[in-house]
Design a protein. Sequence first.
Length: 128
Amino acid sequence: MHFDHVGVATDDAAVLADLYGDLFDAPVAHEEVFDGLRVTFLQVGESYFELLEPVSDEGTIANYLDREGPGIHHVALATDDVGAALDTARDHGVELIDEEPREGAWGHDVAFLHPRDTGGVLVEFVQH
């Protein structure tokens, strides 16, 4: 397992992508509209910033922005087997948001752990 990306909730992914591109020499690696979000991945070395901009006033990220404002939403760890990573988390008593892997942005399999059991951090497992 290794660090894959940090998800950043934003009201304007294009503006933030331009800023991060200039500040961190982080080119756009992938963009798509997925699950009510404009998602932009910026590559930094072997890892990414995932910019999450809601395309409507409803949905998880729109609600997050209303409640918390822009900023870090989650951290993601890459794994070769999301199902096995979920089993390990389950064995350690960690509450799962996703009981099974599901399709995420960029066609990856993903699953989330509840921040209540991970020190207040929303953790995502991602399998490329």
